[in-house]
Design a protein around this ligand. Structure first.
Ligand code: NAP
Length: 281
């Protein structure tokens, strides 16, 4: 990974932080997208200890907001002449329904819209740097979900884990459509389930869910070290250099649900997301 530039969201905690450190350890230069300056600087300090003199940097944005995500993508595109790997990994779950300033449900905005917007904003850099990779963190939670195009913002009967599961289904559909659209360009797109990992995930979601997740993590979850393996693999292994559109678990191709393999839904989601983002599809 020497000389490679890796842009990563969600690198200040959990599996993203471990993956960032590992990629820095094998020579990559990390460009973090973080929302909190203190957490961003703390992660940068750890990265600099792993790869001194490499010039790791952080940009700051709240990825749940369309304008902020567009702004940070433009900032990174202006600062980085080449991008070899983009890792969309930031994600969260919310016990109660909340709506962003854009009028979008917060889980959908944070977990799905940000992947679409950041990738869109950096696509010229990725294409110019081909072979390049986009890696999207999804989840096996998608198995519980279907998409209701009449209610993508979960206005009816909001349940936090269901909204989360749907956003993770969106991650897979988006990855597959991105791979289809990128065929022949040298830019690949893959996604993954990291496993059930003992990170900060769910701790701030609120309500019963936070309690259950915290208790379950103590018993069932794997470490962040282990949970980061598939992320690092997809970002760096020569074994997957030409694979695109895949869903991976434990560094192996896995089969997502039928709903996640629905090409018509993937195309419709792309068009709807572009419309919500104010971009042409
Ligand atoms: N943990 C699991 O069992 C599990 C299982 C399947 C999939 N996943 C997925 O793995 C990914 C990483 O999660 P994790 O488990 O490592 O959780 P985590 O420790 O909570 O890390 C989440 C990361 O996302 C960032 N983030 C959240 N909202 C953001 C926003 N609005 N703007 C910018 N950054 C934001 C956080 O920033 P701060 O550091 O500032 O909070 C943090 O860096 C997520 O996509 C999650 O859905 C996790």
């Amino acid at each position: 990974m020497h000389g490679k530039v890796v842009v990563m969201t969600g690198g200040t905690s959990g599996i993203g932080e471990v993956a960032a450190e590992r990629l820095a350890g094998v020579g990559a230069r990390l460009v973090l997208v973080a929302r909190d300056r203190a957490r961003g600087e703390a992660t940068l300090a750890r990265l600099r200890a792993r790869g001194p003199g490499v010039g790791h940097v952080a940009h700051y944005a709240d990825l749940s907001l369309i304008a902020d995500t567009k702004r940070v993508a433009a900032e990174i595109a202006a600062a980085e002449p080449r991008i070899d790997v983009l890792i969309n990994n930031a994600g969260a779950m919310f016990g109660r329904r909340r709506v962003t300033a854009d009028g979008l449900e917060l889980t959908f905005a944070t977990n799905h819209m940000s992947y679409f917007l950041l990738t869109h904003g950096l696509r010229e850099r990725l294409l110019a740097s081909a072979p390049a990779r986009v890696v999207n963190t999804s989840s096996a939670a998608h198995r519980r979900a279907g998409l209701d195009f009449e209610d993508l913002q979960s206005t009816r009967d909001y349940r936090g884990f269901m909204a989360y599961s749907r956003s993770k289904l969106c991650n897979i559909l988006y990855t597959r459509e991105l791979a289809r659209r990128s065929a022949g360009t040298g830019v690949t797109a893959n996604c993954l389930h990291p496993g059930f990992v003992a990170t900060r995930f769910g701790d701030a979601s609120g309500g019963l869910f936070s309690y259950v997740v915290r208790a379950s993590k103590k018993v069932f979850a794997i470490s962040s070290d282990k949970g980061a393996e598939t992320l690092v693999y997809l970002a760096s292994s020569p074994e997957v250099a030409t694979i695109s559109g895949g869903y991976f678990y434990q560094c192996q191709l896995a089969t997502p649900t039928r709903a996640a393999q629905d090409y018509a839904a993937a195309r419709r989601l792309w068009a709807e997301t572009a419309r919500l983002a104010g971009l042409s599809g």
